[in-house]
Design a protein around this ligand. Sequence first.
Ligand code: CO
Length: 623
Amino acid sequence: MKHPLDPLSESEIANAAALVRGKGGLSSHAWFETIALHEPEKAELAQGNPPRHAFVCCYDPHTGQTWDGIADLESGLLRNWRHVAGAQARIVSDEFVMGGEVAKADPRVIAALALRGITDLTGVLIEAWSAGNFGIAEEQGERIAYCHCFLRNTAGDNPYERPIANLHPVVDLRRRIVTRVDDFGVVPLPPDGKPLRQESLRTDLKPLHITQPEGPSFTVEGNLVRWQKWQMRVGFHVRDGLILHMIGYEDEGRLRPIMHRASMAEMVVPYGDPRGGAYRRNAFDTGEYGVGQFLDSLTLGCDCLGHIHYFDAWHHDWHGKPKHIRNAICMHEEDFGILWKYSDPARGTVTVKRSRRLVISSISTIGNYVYGFFWYFYQDGTIGVEVKATGIPLGSGMAQDEPAQYGVKVAPGVEAHVHQHVFSFRFDMAVDGERNAVSEVNFAAVPMGPGNPHGNAIKVMENQLQGESDAQRNMDLASARYWRVTNPNKLNSLGDPVAYKLVPGVNALPFNHPDSAIGRRAAFMYKHFWATQYARDELYPAGWYPNLHGGGDGLPLWTAQNRSLVNENIVVWYTMNYHHLPRPEDWPVQPCIYASFHWMPSGFFDSNPALDVPSSPPASTCC
Ligand code: CO
C-alpha cells in the first residue's frame, strides 16, 4: 500500500515520462530534468488518499525552452504544463558528461592541451560546470557551461590530482559546441602525485564488530520508520536527495508532530580566487545539478556498520528512463555514549543511561566532492543534522615556485583555494500542530550597579519575530543567540507555549560581495536564519531555477511580502556555512570534515522525556 508521500516508483516515473512525451508538445530532442513526486498538501493528506502526481521538468534544445508541470498519474492528464520563461533546467548528469565530451573533442581544446604537453587524452577530465551569470552579453539566455580541466594521476585512481591550469572551454550545451576557449596561459603541469590506494597499509587494526543479536529497535513499514517514540517517513527526490516527512515523537500515548518536512534544500560552494577562470567556480550542487541523482549505492561494512536497513531509490536518466539506486539511504542505530547520569554519594547509588541514536543518511558524490547528509534522532527528543564532506578538494594548477595567493599549496604545483560550503536546510515546521510562531532569544549582561551589585546578572530576552522581514537573522556570539519555534496554541504543564529551539553549530558568514554575481544569486547565504510563511512552491531558497539565473529569486523575493509569522504555518531555513581553507592533509583526498546543528525540545516536554530509558546491564561486576 503506497503512502501519498512515498517517492515515485519505477513504473510511475516511466508513466510520467510517457505522458509528457505524448502530450507535452516538445520536440523529440527534449530531455527530462526532473520526474519526482509532486507532494500533496497537508490538507489533502489529512483528507485521505490524494491522487499520485509527478512534477516533471523538461529541457527542449530544439527551442531552448524549459517546461514544467504536473503529470496526473491517475487521470493521465498533464496539468499546468508551461514554458517557464527565462528559466534554465538543471545540468543533469548525462548533460554534464556530454558537455565534457564536446569540449574534449574540440580541435582548439586539443591544441591547448598539446601546448601543455598532453597529447594522450585518455586521462583528461573536462567538467562542464554551470557558467553562472556574470552579465556577459554573449552568454545571456544561452545554455552555457564553463569547463574546468584535470589530468588523472598515473596510478589511475584520482582524476583530479593534476589540475590543468588556466584552460576553460566554454560549451554551448544546447547546440553541443564549444563557443570559445578561455586560455589564460600555460603553466607547467603539477608532477604526478600520491595514489589514493596505497600499497603499504597499517597492520595493527583488530576487528571491530557491532552486534545486535535481537535485531534493531526500529521497525519499517514501507517508508514509515518507528524507533522507540520517534516516527518519520523517509522520502527521496532527484534534486533534494534524502527528505524526511512527518517527524513526530510519541508522548504519553499521543504522537506529537514536530516537522512536516525536512530537507537540504540548496547548497552553494563559492571559491575565492578572482584570477583567470577560477571566479566561475561557485557550484549550486542542488539547484544547478541535483544531489539526489548522485546518491551513492552504499555498502554494508564499508559505508555503514551494524544492523542496517537500506532504502533503495528510483531516479531517471535524461531520456526519462527509470534508474535504480540500490541502498541509497542507510538507517541504523548507534551507541552515543552517556544519555544522562547521576551518582548519589549519600546513598551510594549510581544511575546511568546510555544514549542511542537513530541515524538516517545518504552520501552524494558530485564531481570531486563527496557529501554525507546525516540525520540523527536522539532519545531526549533532539534532532541532529550533520554534513560530512570528503572527496578531493578542487585544486588549481600553479607554478611550483609561486606562493599560493588565494589558497594554500597542497602539493607541488597545486593550490587549493579558500572556499565555503554553504548549505540551506528547509524545515516545514509543525511543532505540536500546524500553527506556530517564531522567536529569537538573546542574552545580555546587566549593567553593574544597583540591582546587579555583583556584576553577575544575565538578562534573558525573547523577542517574537512578527513578520518575514524580522526573521532574517545572523548568529551572534556576544548574545549567545538562538531561535525558537513555538506553538502558541499548546501550553506545557508550566503554562508556556511548547517549542523546539534551533541550536546553531559550526558556521561562518560569506565573504562574497552582496552585489557580486554569486551574492545576488545566493542571497540566502547572507542570513543564518530565515522564517517564511508556508507556500507550496517555495521549496528552494535560491529559486526553482538557479542555473544561469541572474539572481534575486527565492528567499529575498518571497520575504519581500513580509507575511505574518504569528500563529501561521511556519517554514524555517537554516544556513550552515563551512568555511574551508584546505590543508596539505586534505590532499590527495580529504578526511571527513564535519558541520552540524541541532533542534532541541525547549519546553516541548514537561520534563526530561528520557527518564524512562532503561539502564544497560553492566558488562561485568567490576564497577
Ligand atoms: Co571544501
